[in-house]
Structures are given as C-alpha cells and as structure tokens.
Write a protein that binds this ligand. Sequence first.
Ligand SMILES: NC(=O)c1ccc[n+]([C@@H]2O[C@H](COP(=O)([O-])OP(=O)(O)OC[C@H]3O[C@@H](n4cnc5c(N)ncnc54)[C@H](OP(=O)(O)O)[C@@H]3O)[C@@H](O)[C@H]2O)c1
Length: 281
Amino acid sequence: MTINNNTRLIGLIGSPVEHSLSPSIHNALYDTFDMNFVYMTFDVKANELQKAVEGMCALSFAGFNVTIPYKQEILKFLDDIDEEAKMIGAVNTVTLHNGNLKGYNTDGMGFIEGLKRMGFNPLNKDVAIIGAGGASRAICVYLLKEGVRCIYLINRTHQKSLELAKEFNSQYNSEIIIPIEKQELKCANLDLIVNTTPVGMWPQISGNPLEDFKFCAHTVVVDIIYNPKETRLLQEARRQGCTVQNGIDMLIGQALESIKLWTGIDISYNHCKKILEGNIL
Ligand SMILES: NC(=O)c1ccc[n+]([C@@H]2O[C@H](COP(=O)([O-])OP(=O)(O)OC[C@H]3O[C@@H](n4cnc5c(N)ncnc54)[C@H](OP(=O)(O)O)[C@@H]3O)[C@@H](O)[C@H]2O)c1
C-alpha cells in the first residue's frame, strides 16, 4: 500500500473499536484492488461525537463507518439519511461529498446475504432475535422485507422491545414482531435464533445470552459477534446439533456494501473471502 498526497481516509468511529476486524478487511481490499484509501479506527469518547464528525469533514474523509454505541446518535449530525436507514433508525455508513454527510445502513443487507449463503430462506420462518439495538433494528427490517412469519423479540430492557415492536408493527401494518421475556422463549417451532447483543464478545467471552437453553437441532443459530469466532452461544448450540453461523459473513457483507457507497466499486463476496482467508479470517 502506497500512501501519497491523494490518499483518502476512511474511519470507523465507536467505542470500543480495538477488537474490530474492519481495518484489516478494508485495508487488505484497498491494497489488492489498488484503491488509494486508508481505513483507520477512532475510539470516540461520549460527548465527543460531534467534534469527531467535524474533524472528519475538515480533513475531507471519503466517509466513515459508525459502530456501537453511536449508530443512533449519529443521525442528528447528518444532512441526509437514506430511506431504509431512516426506517431502521440507525446508520453504520456515512458518505461525505463536499461537506454533505449522508447516512446509510448496510448491516441488514450484510446479514441477509450471509443467511442466504448458508441456504436459509427467511420466507414464512419463525425467528427469535435477542437484543433491540441498532443491529437488531436493521436485521428486523430485512427479515420483515423477506417475509418472515414472526419475530420473537427479547431484550434486557423489555420496554425497548415493546417500543420497537410497536414502531415496526405499525409501519408494516402487522403483528409480526412479538416482544417476549427470555424465560418465555421455547425452541420448539423456531427456525432461526439471532443474537444481536454484545454478550459473549471479547474480552468478556464467558457470556452467553441464552444460558442453559435447550435448542432443537433444526434451529439455525446466528451470533453476529465475530470475536471470538465461536461464542459460547454458538458452541452450545452446535453441541446440541444446530447449524451455526458467526458474524464474519455479515461483517464482510456490510463492508462490501459500504465500499460500494464510498467508491462505486463492487467487489464480489467470493473474491473478497479468497483475499481474506488464511491471514485475516
Ligand atoms: N457482524 C457484524 O457485521 C456486526 C454488525 C453490527 C453489530 N455487530 C455486533 O452486534 C452487537 C450489538 O451492536 P449494536 O450496534 O446493535 O449495539 P446497540 O445498539 O448498543 O445495542 C445493544 C443491544 O444489546 C443489549 N445488551 C448490551 N449489553 C447487554 C448485556 N450485558 N446483557 C444483555 N443485553 C445487553 C442492549 O440491551 P439494552 O436495550 O437493555 O441496553 C441492546 O439491545 C455488538 O457486539 C456489535 O459488535 C456485528
């Protein structure tokens, strides 16, 4: 990778960001495809989000990604928001053209593509989602678009799942999202369980959002965490016979969508996986 006067910066802002694989993924792709960009992470402290955004504008960044905990807070600093990101209510990708900040959400697309690559079609399926934050909202919107039969929503703060269900059910004029308490969750007719909380993520890898849960072998279990590669939730589900998937597929999918927005370059998933396999993944 050659850095010169024309090199443009792309950032990831959030806190924490030190565990992120995004810099390795993006920089490997920019290098391979001879794209003159550098991707860097910035741990932004609470109350400094506005200053960070102003700094990136002043330095003519090509754009940036947003991660936990700023995907919702970032909305108030943007000039324009893509319709889908508006519906999701969270932004993970921002483009920057002549000082104009436009927000998008590529998480839902990355997730759905990952599911389909493992041969799972969400149409008429019963799903349980743990968590009601930014990633959960993106995944709910995409599962609704794909025609799921129902989504049981479980969250530490139950009130938040009640609010999310009310908001999305009224938007879709349906009762598809059903907020429940964790102890009410039964595997019997579940086709898919998705963890969207950071429980089990490095460095607190002993966490499991479904401790002592009895899985059914036909249920597919996805944990969108990618560090560690196999969380305790996935280890346990796999031990009980389930097909499992970690967050790497979603991470790559959302990264490729972001690159398309910043540069117009469309890199295929398979090509990307080949480049990353062995050293980064
Ligand atoms: N693979 C990928 O590409 C990808 C993409 C996006 C996100 N992620 C991962 O997904 C996770 C969530 O991201 P996000 O942007 O949705 O974050 P977020 O908006 O802050 O939402 C976090 C959610 O997790 C719940 N939660 C947090 N700590 C918890 C705990 N100790 N016990 C139980 N529930 C807890 C929160 O519940 P409350 O409402 O009670 O606070 C909330 O529902 C992170 O681990 C992130 O790295 C992965």
